[in-house]
Design a protein around this ligand. Structure first.
Ligand code: UGY
Ligand code: MN
Length: 248
C-alpha cells in the first residue's frame, strides 16, 4: 500500500462467529515471552474459540522462538530455520517442517531472515498409545494423494495418519478450475494459510475471494467449499484436529 493513501476502512478481512478471514493488510505484529529478534502474527488462538494456536513468526537474523507448553508444528515459508531438540539438530529450508512433541527441550532459531508457520495444540494422550516423537520432513518430497475422484487436487499429508497424532497438517494443491466436490460440514476446526494462487472460499453462508498470504480459521461445523481460479494452481496449508473422541 502507498503510504499516506487511506483505505477508507475497507478490507477483505471478515470476522464471524464461525470463521475468520484475515488478510495481510490487517496483520498486527506482537512479541511473546521467550522470543527474541522475532515478531509474531497470531492468526488464531483460544481467545477466538480455537482449540489451538496458529501464528506466523518473522525472524530477523539470529532470531529465536521460545519454548511452548504444547506440542508444536513448524513449517518454513521463507529462509532457513534450525530446530534443536535434545540430541537432534535439523536445518529446514522452504517447505521444511518439524513436529516437536509436548515437553521436548527445544530451540527454534533462524540464521538469516526467515518466516515460519507455528501451530500449537495441547496433546491429548490415548491410553496404550505412545505419544509421537520428533519428526522432520520436506513438503515437496511427500508423496501426493488424490483424495477426490475426478478433481485435479493433490493432497500431501505432512504427519503420519496414526492414532498417536491428534492433529493433521496437509497441503492441498488445486489446478485452476478445480474445486472441492462437496460443501463440507464437520466437527474438526481448521487453520488455513493460502500459500500460492487463489480462488473463492465459501465459509458459512458467504463467498470470499482469497489469495496467497490470506489466513482462514474455521470453527467446528463451519460449512466450507473452495474453488481455484486464475492461471496458476492454488495451494494451501491446512490444520485440523483429528483422531480423538469428540467428548474429549
Ligand atoms: O481435510 C479437510 O477437511 C479439507 N478437505 N477441508 C478443506 O479443504 N476446507
Ligand atoms: Mn475441511
Amino acid at each position: 500500500m502507498h503510504s499516506g493513501v487511506h483505505n477508507l476502512g475497507h478490507t477483505r478481512s471478515v470476522r464471524r462467529a464461525s470463521y475468520l478471514l484475515q488478510t495481510p493488510d490487517t496483520f498486527i505484529r506482537t512479541q511473546i515471552p521467550g522470543t527474541s529478534r522475532a515478531s509474531v502474527i497470531v492468526h488464531t488462538s483460544p481467545a477466538m474459540g480455537a482449540g489451538f494456536t496458529q501464528y506466523t513468526v518473522e525472524f530477523e537474523p539470529g532470531g529465536v522462538l521460545g519454548a511452548a507448553a504444547a506440542q508444536r508444528f513448524v513449517y518454513v515459508l521463507e529462509g532457513s530455520v534450525a530446530v534443536d531438540a535434545g540430541m537432534h539438530k535439523h536445518a529446514l529450508g522452504k517447505g521444511g517442517y518439524a513436529y516437536i512433541p509436548q515437553g521436548a527441550e527445544q530451540r527454534v532459531s533462524a540464521i538469516g531472515n526467515a518466516r515460519a508457520v507455528v501451530i500449537e495444540q495441547p496433546y491429548r494422550q490415548v491410553e496404550g498409545i505412545d505419544a509421537p516423537e520428533l519428526l522432520v520432513g520436506h513438503e515437496p518430497e511427500v508423496a501426493p494423494q488424490a483424495p477426490m475422484d475426478g478433481v485435479d487436487l493433490q493432497m500431501r499429508s505432512l504427519l503420519p495418519d496414526t492414532m498417536a497424532f491428534d492433529f493433521a497438517v496437509n497441503t492441498m494443491t488445486y489446478e485452476p478450475g478445480a474445486a472441492l466436490n462437496m460443501v463440507e460440514i464437520h466437527v474438526m476446526e481448521h487453520g488455513l494459510l493460502m500459500l500460492e494462487g487463489g480462488g473463492i472460499y465459501r465459509l458459512d453462508d458467504d463467498w470470499h475471494p482469497v489469495t496467497a498470504g490470506d489466513f482462514i480459521w474455521m470453527a467446528p461445523y463451519c460449512p466450507q467449499w473452495f474453488g481455484a481460479l486464475g492461471k496458476v494452481p492454488a495451494k494451501y496449508l491446512i490444520y485440523k484436529n483429528w483422531n480423538r473422541h469428540p467428548l474429549r
